[in-house]
Ligand binder design. Structure first.
Ligand SMILES: [Ca+2]
Length: 492
């Protein structure tokens, strides 16, 4: 009967914890789960045919799925800066690989900490070490690594044996156990998954052995646009990272198409298995909230810093303003406010996350935040006049992808590729030779051409529309305070 005594003790202790949890009034706890490069095409509640993500689906089943959530600036650091500050990179300084100005830009964790929240972050930050706003933290060194990661905490750098998704979750659950029960909490769980080099735990990799994934119809597409023609994000180029990926080489003698198909299968198996391990770990956190009676008064957010191309247009990567990479998964569960199993087609941006969470927590808004609180949408009523367009920037030239900016409306997308691009096929991601100027536009009608295949920019019938969209782009850019008329030109 030893276990009976233990059970009584557990029930008692849980009762104490539940009572203490209720003592901070009605202010909600927040679990903010941020994935890296996890895209909606790989998430089953978004209709994926590639894989099941039962735990992410569980968040959606209990809350609201946003079907038109977008990032304002792709790649890890600037999107994370936008998420933390609620502002664009041209305001915070987080353009490309530069970090946001911490002195001039408060983050939502800082605001919540100041409002009395107990705060912690475990996992990837990628904007320097020791960010303000967290009572406790353990941050991956740089990008972090999948196996036996090192994390920087207030006690210094420390190595942790195991797979990074498990380690980050172990640290998060241990923190929940020892948190201050008299205060509401903010727990940021920032996964490394599913960033390259996709390295699943062995248990996850086994589940995809011998699995053949469906191909996107555009896997073998070759682009005619000059701005796209220098990219090194074609599927066959993934093998340049094979020192880290350690994938088997495609069989000798394959033609180009068969070789691309073979690499695509290896890519998807690795990516999806890495996601599966993260999904399992998300389930451990949801189980904890259920077990401790915390689920009712805890906002659970699942998001990624941007989407990713999974072979569409023949590519991997995230920098393009195309739908697969511009769109990010964004799901919010909050039983006290949000109808379970609901979805919204309202346009939500990563800069909305901070204003939303502060609003829901009853904390003051961030000064100068450019995003808006999604609270009314979460409550089931999209305000009249809610945004129908968004502004996108991508600054650095990398992987043969030119700087770009653009406008996405509820129907159209206008992209301006403007800057230098390299056709260097070297082995580094930062190219310094073979630079050439690009100044090219694309216009897509997302209603008639959701796959973004037909560039209407030069079509005579589209010229009135082009003029109107350029005007809207200029107006939005001015409203957001972006001083650059076009992407920064560094060439003569
Ligand atoms: Ca990312």
């Amino acid at each position: 009967m030893k276990s009976f005594g233990r059970l009584v003790a557990i029930v008692f202790l849980h009762g104490v914890a539940a009572a203490a949890a209720a003592s901070h009034g009605t202010r909600p706890n927040i679990v903010f789960i941020l994935a890296d490069d996890h895209t909606t095409q790989a998430i089953s509640c978004y209709g994926s045919k590639l894989a099941r993500t039962p735990q992410i689906d569980r968040i959606a089943a209990g809350g609201m799925r946003f079907d038109h959530a977008f990032c304002t600036e792709s790649i890890c650091s600037p999107s994370r800066a936008a998420i933390m500050t609620g502002k664009y990179g041209h305001i915070t300084g987080a353009k490309g690989w530069t970090h946001y100005d911490r002195v001039r830009n408060q983050t939502f964790p800082e605001a919540l900490q100041a409002a009395g929240y107990h705060t912690a972050l475990f996992g990837k930050y990628h904007m320097g070490e020791n960010p303000p706003g967290f009572d406790d933290l353990a941050i991956l060194k740089g990008q972090g690594r999948y196996r036996d990661p090192q994390l920087h905490s207030k006690g210094g750098m420390k190595g942790y044996p195991g797979h990074v998704s498990d380690v980050i979750t172990d640290l998060s659950l241990a923190w929940l156990e020892k948190r201050d029960p008299n205060r509401p909490f903010l727990l940021c769980i920032h996964h490394k998954a599913t960033h390259m080099p996709w390295t699943p735990a062995d248990r996850s990799a086994k589940n995809f052995l011998g699995v053949t994934l469906p191909e996107p119809p555009t896997l073998l597409e070759t682009s005619k646009a000059a701005a796209r023609s220098f990219t090194r994000t074609t599927i066959d180029k993934l093998l340049r990272w094979n020192r880290e990926l350690a994938w088997p080489e495609p069989a000798p003698g394959l033609d180009d198409a068969a070789r691309t198909r073979s690499i695509y299968q290896q890519y998807l198996r690795s990516y999806l298995a890495t996601a599966q391990g993260m999904d399992e770990n998300i389930g451990r956190v949801l189980d904890y909230l259920d077990r401790e009676g915390l689920a009712e008064n805890t906002i659970v957010v699942y998001a990624s810093d941007q989407g990713f191309l999974l072979g569409e247009h023949g590519w991997f990567d995230k920098r393009w303003m195309l739908e697969e990479s511009l769109r990010l998964p964004f799901i919010v569960r909050y039983p006290k406010l949000v109808r379970p199993g609901s979805s919204s087609s309202a346009m939500a941006l990563n800069i909305d996350f901070a204003p939303t969470l502060l609003d829901l927590a009853g904390a003051p808004p961030l000064a100068g935040a450019q995003g808006r609180s999604l609270r009314p949408i979460l409550a089931g009523a999209t305000p009249a006049g809610w945004r129908k367009e968004m502004y996108y920037r991508y600054y650095p030239e990398e992987l043969g992808i030119p700087p770009q900016l653009g406008l996405r409306t509820d129907r159209y997308k206008l992209i301006h590729y403007d800057g230098l691009v390299s056709n260097d096929d070297g082995t580094t991601t930062q190219s310094t030779k073979g630079m050439r100027p690009i100044d090219e536009w694309e216009l897509f009608d997302l209603k008639t051409d959701p796959g973004e295949h037909v560039n209407l920019y030069h079509a005579p019938a589209a010229q009135t529309l082009v003029t109107e969209l350029k005007s809207r782009l200029a107006r939005l850019r001015a409203e957001l305070g972006d001083p650059e008329a076009t992407a920064q030109r560094t060439h003569p």
